[in-house]
Write a protein that binds this ligand. Structure first.
Ligand SMILES: NC(=O)c1ccc[n+]([C@@H]2O[C@H](COP(=O)([O-])OP(=O)(O)OC[C@H]3O[C@@H](n4cnc5c(N)ncnc54)[C@H](OP(=O)(O)O)[C@@H]3O)[C@@H](O)[C@H]2O)c1
Length: 290
């Protein structure tokens, strides 16, 4: 049988790049997705040089756009009829409110809508593998969020961290519902917390994005982020994607210490997960999980 194939979104830098490198070392044929073509080609070339025999391909897509994600999925399906791993690593966090081409707030769009669309469209390839895994790179930030479904676009209130935390909670609920829908299909859905590490997204954070209480901890937060390597932060995603001991297990959460654990109680609420899915599926405009 040919080598397993993995797609990593936002695989050209930060945690995504470290995840892609880890998968390459584990013998995966890896496709990294980013929107900067020049950097993407360069990084894929670097990764091929670094690991003998590594098969790394860059595919360009703007992951803020549902249309672009649709085209990305079509291209991937044409080239890779079987996919073993899909890592939804990219997920935006922004100091100022941004709206995507589709008219959605960008944090919500990139953490929830575009990953869901990509998953749904890639299901034929994921199902073509005997067992496959969809991994969502989430965050402990979800524990600070309330499942407010009345302001999904953050029209009423925007503060970067709060909107990011809610998007991560919604992402977990969507992942849970997907996992439930896909039970017994051979496609497992797992989520991970990479923990803090210094990346482009993190470098762009400002104290103003944080709730006032958390601003008091700002120097400590920055210290922790600078101290931890992206390689370490990638371990939970690599484990979720590759650990044979997790085969066939769905709905799992891997903590920043690379241990199987649990997300918040809210994130494990099946009824809420179904309600969130129903509320957003029309925004995604893809086929349903069944
Ligand atoms: N870093 C942390 O401390 C931390 C903590 C908890 C959770 N997380 C989560 O971990 C994940 C990765 O975070 P990170 O900090 O590693 O992020 P990052 O460094 O900001 O991610 C950069 C990657 O995202 C890609 N990207 C940016 N905008 C894009 C777009 N519009 N379309 C396609 N690709 C785009 C970049 O590709 P280009 O080459 O095209 O720019 C690059 O590959 C996120 O889901 C984040 O929420 C991170």
């Amino acid at each position: 049988m040919s080598d397993p194939t993995a797609v990593v979104t936002g695989g050209t830098a930060g945690i995504g790049r470290a995840t892609a490198e880890g998968l390459t070392s584990n013998g995966y044929n890896v496709i990294i997705v980013g929107h900067n073509r020049e950097r993407g080609e360069r990084v894929a070339g670097d990764m091929r040089e670094r690991t003998v025999g590594a098969r790394v391909t860059f595919v360009v897509a703007d992951l803020t756009s549902l249309d672009d994600v649709g085209l990305l999925a079509q291209r991937l399906l044409q080239r890779y009829p079987r996919l073993d791993v899909l890592v939804h690593n990219f997920g935006g966090m922004y100091a100022e409110r941004r709206v995507t081409r589709d008219g959605y707030e960008a944090t919500f769009a990139t953490n929830v809508l575009t990953p869901l669309r990509l998953t749904l469209q890639l299901l034929p390839a994921l199902r073509a593998a005997t067992t496959s895994r969809v991994v969502f790179v989430n965050s402990d930030a979800h524990k600070f969020a309330k499942p407010d479904l009345d302001d999904l676009n953050a029209d009423r209130f925007y503060r970067g961290f709060d909107v990011h935390a809610r998007a991560k909670l919604l992402q977990l609920l969507v992942a849970r519902h997907l996992g439930n829908q896909l039970a017994d299909s051979g496609v497992s859905v797992l989520s991970v917390n990479p923990g803090g590490t210094w990346t482009e997204q993190v470098a762009a954070m400002t104290p103003k994005m944080m709730p006032p209480m958390m601003r008091l901890w700002w120097p400590m937060i920055r210290f922790v982020q600078r101290r931890r390597s992206t390689e370490k932060a990638a371990q939970p995603a690599i484990r979720a994607a590759t650990d044979p001991g997790l085969a066939g297990r769905t709905g799992l959460w891997i903590s920043e210490n690379n241990k199987v654990g649990q997300p918040s109680g809210t994130a494990r609420d099946d009824q809420l997960a179904a309600r969130v899915y129903e509320r957003i599926i029309h925004m995604v405009d893809g086929s349903s999980a069944r």
